[in-house]
Ligand binder design. Structure first.
Ligand code: CTP
Length: 393
C-alpha cells in the first residue's frame, strides 16, 4: 500500500477502537491515512488519538473542511474510502444519498472505491431496512468486510461485530488490487438485456442475465483496468471496483457508452434489442371491450457495436459478441465484417446458454478462428481478459 492515500471514516460504534489498530497496520504498510470522524464516532474515539495515530489533521466538521480544503477535494484525494466502523445510520445515509455532514457528503462526492465494515447490534443488522440498504450498496459496487459473529459489547450475540483490524486491512489491500497488465487502461463493457417500453408499465426484453458481460467486467478489473460497465436491468451484483452505469433502453445504452469514451477497449456483451416500439404510449394501453388487439409498430434501434466501431473516438480494440444457433462461425465472420469490430466472440446459443453458466466460444479475429472448449462463463471471461491484456502488452 506504499504511497496510497486512504480516507478512513469512523462512525459511532463501541468497536471504533479497532479502527485505531487498523490505522497502525495501514501506516505500517506505507499508506497515508486521513481520518474523518462523525458526531457518533467522536463519542468513542478522540480527535487527539486519531491525529496522533494518523499524523494528519482530523476532519470532523463539514463547514471547517469547506473553509480549509473543500469536501470535494477531500473526496477526490484518496485512492479508497474506508468506512470502519460503519453504523446502521451511516449505511442508510449512503444507500439513500443523504449528505448532511462531512462524512456522508464525502461518501456521496467521492469517485474512489469504497469499503464498508458494518458494526451494530445483531437485530439492527438483520433488520430488513439495513439488509435492503446493504443490497443497494453492494449493487453499486461498494465492497463490504464483515460483520462477524461473536461476543459483542451487549449481552447479545449474532452477526454485527466489526471485522478485526487484520481482516479490514486485507480487504483494503484487495480493493487497491495490485497493478496488472491492464493498469492505466480504460475498458468499456456492455452487459445484460435492454428493456424497450411499450407503455409506462409494459416493455419488450430478452432473456440475457448479464452473467457473461459482468464476468468480463470483473475479469478486466482484476487485471488492473478501470472498467465502466454499461448494463441493462439485471440481478447480477456489480463486480468490485467496477463503475456501473445502469440503463434501460438501447438508446440509453448508446448514450452511456458514448459518454464513457475515450476507452482503450470496448466489449459489447449486451443483448441489445434490435427493435423498439416506434411510438411508446405515454399512458397505459387499455383494453376496449370488443376492439381488436393493438398492433405494435417497431423501429430499428441504433447498433452500439457498429456505432463505436466507426466512432471518431473508436477504442483501439473493439470486441463484439455473436449469439448464433447454426453455422456459428460463418455467421460470426459475416458479423465481424458488417459491424467493423476487431474480434467477434461467437457463442453457440443452441443449448441452454442464455441464463446458464457455460459457454462454447469461437474467437474470430483477423488472424483466424480459435475454438475454445465449453467453459464456465467466469473462465470465458478470464480467458478473454487475458487475450485483451496480451493485445495491449
Ligand atoms: N449489438 C449492439 N447493438 C445492437 C445490436 C447488437 O451493440 N443494437 C451488439 C451486441 O452487443 C453483440 C453484437 O452486436 O456484441 C451482435 O449482436 P447480435 O444480436 O448477435 O447480432 P445482430 O447484428 O443483431 O444479428 P442477428 O440478430 O441477425 O444475428
Amino acid at each position: 500500500m506504499q504511497g496510497k492515500n486512504l480516507l478512513l471514516v469512523i462512525s459511532g460504534s463501541i468497536a471504533a477502537y479497532k479502527s485505531l489498530l487498523l490505522i497502525r497496520l495501514l501506516r505500517q504498510s506505507g499508506a497515508t491515512v486521513h481520518a474523518v470522524l462523525t458526531a457518533g464516532g467522536a463519542r468513542f474515539v478522540t480527535r487527539e488519538a486519531l491525529a496522533g495515530l494518523t499524523g494528519q489533521r482530523v476532519h470532523d466538521d463539514l463547514w471547517a473542511a469547506e473553509a480549509e480544503i473543500g469536501h470535494i477535494r477531500l473526496a477526490r484525494l484518496p485512492d479508497a474510502v474506508v468506512v470502519a466502523p460503519a453504523s446502521a445510520d451511516l449505511l442508510a445515509k449512503m444507500a439513500h444519498g443523504l449528505a448532511d455532514d462531512l462524512a456522508s457528503t464525502i461518501l456521496l462526492a467521492t469517485r474512489a472505491p469504497i469499503l464498508v465494515a458494518p458494526a451494530m447490534n445483531p437485530a439492527m443488522w438483520q433488520h430488513p431496512a439495513t439488509q435492503a440498504n446493504m443490497a443497494l450498496l453492494r449493487a453499486r459496487g461498494v465492497a463490504v468486510v464483515g460483520p462477524g459473529e461473536g461476543a459483542m459489547a451487549e449481552p447479545e450475540s449474532g452477526p454485527g461485530r466489526l471485522a478485526e483490524a487484520e481482516e479490514m486491512h486485507a480487504a483494503i489491500a484487495a480493493l487497491l488490487a495490485p497493478a496488472g497488465p491492464l493498469t492505466g487502461r480504460h475498458a468499456l463493457v456492455t452487459s445484460g438485456p435492454t428493456h424497450e417500453p411499450i407503455d409506462p408499465v409494459r416493455y419488450i426484453a430478452n432473456r440475457s442475465s448479464g452473467k457473461q458481460g459482468h464476468a468480463i467486467a470483473a475479469a478486466l478489473a482484476a487485471l488492473g483496468a478501470r472498467v465502466t460497465l454499461v448494463s441493462g436491468p439485471v440481478t447480477q451484483p456489480t463486480p468490485k471496483g467496477v463503475m456501473l452505469r445502469p440503463v434501460e433502453t438501447a438508446r440509453d445504452m448508446l448514450a452511456a457508452c458514448e459518454a464513457a469514451l475515450p476507452a482503450d477497449v470496448f466489449v459489447a456483451a449486451a443483448a441489445v434489442a434490435d427493435w423498439r416500439v416506434a411510438s411508446e404510449a405515454t399512458q397505459k394501453l387499455k383494453k376496449t371491450p370488443g376492439a381488436a388487439a393493438p398492433t405494435l409498430t417497431m423501429a430499428l434501434n441504433p447498433d452500439i457495436l457498429a456505432t463505436l466501431s466507426k466512432h471518431t473516438q473508436r477504442p483501439r480494440l473493439v470486441v463484439g459478441f455473436a449469439a448464433e444457433t447454426e453455422t456459428v462461425v460463418q455467421h460470426a465472420l459475416d458479423k465481424r465484417q458488417r459491424k467493423g469490430c476487431d474480434w467477434i466472440v461467437a457463442n453457440d446459443v443452441s443449448g441452454d446458454v442464455m441464463g446458464g453458466d457455460l459457454n462454447t466460444i469461437h474467437l474470430i479475429s483477423a488472424e483466424g478462428v480459435e475454438d475454445w472448449p465449453r467453459l464456465p462463463k467466469q473462465d470465458v471471461a478470464a480467458r478473454l481478459a487475458a487475450r485483451i491484456a496480451k493485445e495491449f502488452s
